[in-house]
Every structure is written in structure tokens, then in C-alpha cells.
Ligand binder design. Structure first.
Ligand code: SF4
Length: 466
């Protein structure tokens, strides 16, 4: 994934940019970057944040930055922001999304004989540089951004820092949000609205799908109108969006309470307590416990002083180790009890299996799992959401392969919660995870919990509908 924050101000913008970008740290682990325009030129810093938090890496840099406009990024892919010299003027750019047709676009770009890439990493083109190449084909920034948006399959939201303001452009089907905020003498564009309250911004509105605006200290100019079709990623509310954030007018934490309550209404299992797999299962579990009238407890607590980041390191064995070290079980709450856990989702299930084993080792008599979304059976094509290389990494997909005897596009029945095929898939996953029971959220309940019409949400990873 990744996240961005942009700001224009009548005064210096650097503090807002620094903290606003930092509030996106849960969305990526690879690179952080800031670019500031001081009226004459862009200054930029990029750091590897794989082993250190954004703030600690940038706190010395911000002392050297000065300016009234800036953009920042937490990136899960390559170096950003890039500074691009073009016939449109020099600008800095950050992007979030996934260019599904990158190879084809690179080929197309090489067809323009003068095109070249200077940000190659491991033989791969930097996707943000690729986007800039298409932007540079426009007569204006707005036209260039539209050319890029049309060319890209997948999704790409972006911020551009130019001499005349910050351009904010949401991907053409609105999978990732861009939300505008305002305070006295300043405007900001963010992916996470949790960046706003402590910096004094009020939310103005969400950009529509494909909409492009230019922010200046004087106001917001719409330079391209939104399209009609919007498919915001439903996973934002379930899992990776920050609880304090609101997208399309719907708060993430509030949605998680409703998701938990919906799970509880479908469930007749008798248990002694409800808990969340920390942190993102907590809101769902609180909603479940409240609806059911069962005590909410924390039989696992997270060691937050040093393990505060939500996303994990890149390689699997380090991730497993970190996952284990972060979460501490409390025997007094586990031994001899029937525990029901809410979890945001089950992706691979590897860590969850280990967690379940530990809970039984600590003396639980039953362990029930209630994921807040349906089984994932399609890999995300639109965001760099998971690091999995193959759809077969998904617990649901692996179960289908075992049941069908081959991999391929899963028959539609697996996405129907009442079908025998879906039940058989869930039973396989339950068995593999060593759970007493496993009951997933139904997609219609998830959509109702979010509260937006289904056609305004992307639900591809659950039902394969584009
Ligand atoms: S496929 Fe899933 S993770 Fe990807 S955008 Fe759609 S809902 Fe979000």
C-alpha cells in the first residue's frame, strides 16, 4: 500500500507535512519521503524506513526544509517523491496504487524514442517515474495526469508538487481515497483523515473518482471533474485504514463495531470471552462483545513501546518472529476458558495457526475465530495490498485447490456463503488452523456494516467481481 499527505499554506508548511505524512506510517514499511517547494525550487529527502520509524529518520531533515508547499509519502515500493524536470516545469510526485500493466506501459514508453528511466532498482522501473513519463506528455499538468490515469490499468492516486500549487488526483475508480482538509491559511490533501485533528484541519470533502484538484493557499480549484463510477477499497474499513480515519463519510472504527455486531448476530456459539487479534481485530471484537453481551477481554496484549508498527518486515521468517515477539499471552485469562477471537481477515493464516497453537498451549479449552470479512479467494489487482506473490498463498485459494484438485479461477459457488463448496472451503481452513470453529463474515453483512451501496465498493478479493 502506501499513503500520502500534501499541504499548501500561507506560512511555513514543514511541521504539518512532517506530522501529516507520519500519520500514514501504518501503510508502508519501505521508504519515506518529503519534498518541499520554497518558491524557487524543490528540496527533497528520502529514507529507508525498513528498520526505523519515519519520524526518527526525518527529524533532522525537517530542520533543513523550509517552504509553503510540500508533499510526503510512506511508500511500500520504491523511492519517492521523485523530482522531475519537464516542459511543464520542475515538479515532485508521489503515487500510491498498483500499475497492473506496467510492463506494457514501459514498452510503450520506450516507443517514444527519447524516453528513458533513471530510477531503476533491481532492474525494475520505478512506477512513479513511469507515471511521470505519461504526465509529461500532456500540455498541462491536468491533461498529463489524465493521460496517465487513462493509460494505467490497476489504480494510481497521486500528489504533484509544482511551482503553482499541489495537484491531488484520485485514481480513476476511486479505490484509494484522497480527502481534502482546511484550516486558517492552509489546505491539505491526505489518504488518512486521522492526520487532520491534531494538526488543526477540518475535513472539507473526499475527491471523487478520477477527480483532479489544485490546492493553493487561497483555495481548491477543480481542474478535472470526477467520474461517475466509484469502487473504493472495502478493505480500508475492515483492516488497513487507521481506526480514527473516515472515508466517504464513514469512519473505520465505527464500521468495525458494526462488523463485529453483524458477526455476533449470525453466531450461536457459547463462549466465556471475546477478544480481538491485536490491533486490527480489536474494534470488531468490541462490536461483537457488545452485541452478544459477552465480556470483552485482552488475553493477548501487544508490547507497544518498541513494536509499534502495524505492518511487518519484508521477509517471512522475520515477520513471523516479530509477530511472536509483539504479542504476549496472559495465562490467567486463557486457561480453562472458551475464547472467541475476532480478526480483521485471514490472508495466509500462517501466523494465525501459530497463535491458535499458543492459545491452546496456554490452556484454552476452545478457540473460535470470526474474521470480519469473507474468505479471500482473489489476489488484489488494484493496490499493492499484500506481499504475496501468488494467489495460492491465500488460505481460501489453497483450500479450493485442495478441494478441486487443481488451481484456476475458483467456481463462483465458493464466494456464496451458504453453498456446500464454501462450507467445505471454510472447514478446510478451520482444520488447517486448528480452530474449534471458524465462521466468516458474509459479504452482504460487510457491505451493510460499511453502509455504502455495494456498487460503490471494491469487493473483488472476496467475490471476484470487477
Ligand atoms: S481487491 Fe480487495 S484489497 Fe484490492 S482494492 Fe479491491 S477490496 Fe481492496
Amino acid at each position: 500500500m502506501g499513503g500520502y499527505f500534501g499541504v499548501v499554506s500561507k506560512g511555513d508548511c514543514v511541521a504539518d507535512l512532517f506530522y501529516g505524512t507520519d500519520y500514514h506510517s501504518h501503510l508502508g514499511t519501505r521508504r519515506g519521503g518529503l519534498a518541499v517547494h520554497d518558491g524557487n525550487r524543490c528540496a527533497r529527502f528520502i529514507h529507508d524506513i525498513t528498520n526505523a520509524q519515519f519520524r526518527s529518520k526525518f527529524e533532522q531533515d525537517v530542520l533543513k526544509l523550509q517552504g509553503r508547499m510540500g508533499i510526503g509519502v510512506i511508500s511500500d515500493t520504491d523511492d519517492q517523491p521523485l523530482i522531475i524536470g519537464s516542459h511543464l516545469g520542475t515538479y515532485a510526485i508521489v503515487t500510491v496504487g498498483r500499475i497492473a500493466n506496467q510492463a506494457e506501459l514501459v514498452k510503450q514508453a520506450y516507443g517514444l524514442r527519447s524516453a528513458h528511466f533513471s530510477e531503476m532498482s533491481g532492474g525494475e522501473v520505478n512506477p512513479t517515474e513511469l507515471v511521470s513519463l505519461f504526465i509529461n506528455q500532456g500540455g498541462t499538468f491536468a491533461e498529463g495526469i489524465q493521460i496517465a490515469q487513462q493509460a494505467i490499468a490497476g489504480s494510481c492516486s497521486m500528489l504533484l508538487l509544482t511551482g503553482t500549487g499541489v495537484y491531488a488526483a484520485r485514481d480513476k475508480l476511486g479505490r484509494t481515497p484522497i480527502i481534502l482538509g482546511r484550516k486558517d491559511g492552509a489546505y491539505a490533501a491526505t489518504l488518512e483523515t486521522c492526520a487532520f485533528p491534531n494538526l488543526g484541519y477540518e475535513t472539507v470533502r473526499d475527491l471523487g473518482p478520477g477527480e483532479i484538484v489544485r490546492l493553493t493557499p487561497e483555495g481548491v480549484e477543480v481542474v478535472a471533474l470526477p467520474g461517475h463510477r466509484c469502487q473504493t477499497c472495502a478493505f480500508l474499513w475492515v483492516y488497513y485504514g487507521y481506526p480514527a480515519s473516515t472515508y466517504e463519510g464513514v469512519n473505520a472504527e465505527d464500521t468495525r463495531y458494526r462488523c463485529g455486531a453483524a458477526l455476533a448476530r449470525q453466531d450461536t456459539t457459547a463462549v466465556d470471552m471475546v477478544a480481538g487479534i491485536p490491533d486490527s481485530g480489536t474494534g470488531h471484537a468490541m462490536g461483537y462483545a457488545q452485541e452478544k453481551g459477552v465480556p470483552f477481554r485482552r488475553p493477548f496484549v501487544k508490547y507497544t513501546p518498541t513494536w509499534s508498527r502495524s505492518f511487518m518486515p519484508q521477509d517471512q521468517s522475520t515477520r513471523d518472529l516479530v509477530a511472536r515477539m509483539k504479542i504476549i499471552p496472559i495465562r490467567e485469562l486463557i486457561q480453562g476458558r472458551r475464547l472467541l477471537f475476532c480478526e480483521d481477515s485471514i490472508v495466509r493464516g500462517t501466523q494465525l495457526r501459530e497463535t491458535v497453537r499458543r492459545i491452546f498451549d496456554y490452556g484454552a479449552t476452545e478457540v473460535h475465530m470470526r474474521p470480519a470479512c469473507p474468505p479471500l479467494i482473489f489476489g488484489c489487482k488494484y493496490l499493492n495490498f499484500s506481499r504475496s506473490k501468488s494467489e495460492l498463498d491465500l488460505a481460501g485459494r489453497r483450500a479450493i485447490k485442495e478441494l478441486e484438485g487443481q488451481d484456476g479461477v475458483p467456481p463462483a459457488e465458493y464466494a456464496r456463503p451458504d453453498s456446500p463448496q464454501c462450507r467445505a472451503m471454510v472447514e478446510r481452513i478451520r482444520h488447517r488452523l486448528g480452530l474449534t470453529t471458524l465462521q466468516y463474515q458474509r459479504l452482504d453483512d460487510l457491505v451493510e456494516s460499511i453502509g455504502l451501496p455495494k456498487e460503490r465498493l471494491c469487493t473483488y478479493c472476496w467475490d471476484g467481481r470487477e
